[in-house]
Ligand binder design. Sequence first.
Ligand SMILES: C[S@@+](CC[C@H](N)C(=O)[O-])C[C@H]1O[C@@H](n2cnc3c(N)ncnc32)[C@H](O)[C@@H]1O
Length: 296
Amino acid sequence: MSEQPSSLHISVMPDEVVEYLALKPGGVYIDGTLGAGGHSERIAISLGEGGSVISLDRDAGAVRKAKERFQGTCVKPYQANYRDILTVLEQLNIETVDGMLLDLGLSSDQLADRERGFSFDADGLLDLRFDTTEGRPAWQWLEFLSEERIAQVIFEYGEERYSRRIARAIVKTRKKNQKPYVAAEFANLVRECVPQPPGKARIDAATRTFQALRIFVNDELGALGEFLKSAPEKLKPNGRLVILSFHSLEDRIVKNAMRECEILNVVTKKPIESSEEEMERNPRARSAKLRCAERK
Ligand SMILES: C[S@@+](CC[C@H](N)C(=O)[O-])C[C@H]1O[C@@H](n2cnc3c(N)ncnc32)[C@H](O)[C@@H]1O
């Protein structure tokens, strides 16, 4: 496998992912969130000869890079939404698999891409889509959604208590300047609406609003819910489902779906968290929760 020096993304809990997938030599695995390919690579190395990793991502750029990097290996990258897992497996003529992984959210490479508006200081438009060929960018949604709906999205998906104030400011400025939002300007608008406690803030005041709009634009919770409904039946007996989530909304969906699914046994009664050492090395790991369930 060739090196990928251009990637900034550090995979979260790689050892734990491999451990909980309980890899079977020669098995077939789905990595539903390929990203920079770190987890896919770890799985492939641990699988050894004869196994395969089908790696999906909505992001065409991530898939293009991975195709180059994993050429001639058992990692097969495809551009697809993991919510369409049944269609993907049908197209590949795969009946059942030995395990599946989701590592939710966005990659550090997407965050660093200044054109896509994921980061608060980006000079690109506020796009926030994983797949830039599908759906509408966030700035377009913000041009026509009602003030009430914007407030609801920011409150529900960002758990932001100043959601109404932010929605009011958005509607006021869109009437005035008629220009699509640049991410950095939008972050400033949000910051002006969110009072910060004195002292050094733990997170940027725009964090919750950006998260909310990203979840909304990509229908992240809808995709996760659909995947959790359809994926278990495609696991072989004892096949494992491992999911890494990064905020309470996702984790709640994963926890409940694993508990309520009649064909799954929950393996992790409590979510697994990163070690202190990993959290220090990789700030993304701080909020990560790993849950695992096994097909009966
Ligand atoms: C946290 S990153 C994955 C990083 C990867 N595990 C690694 O080790 O490099 C999440 C990736 O999932 C992708 N993604 C998000 N939602 C998706 C979906 N519904 N279907 C497929 N890919 C998705 C994003 O585009 C992003 O590249």
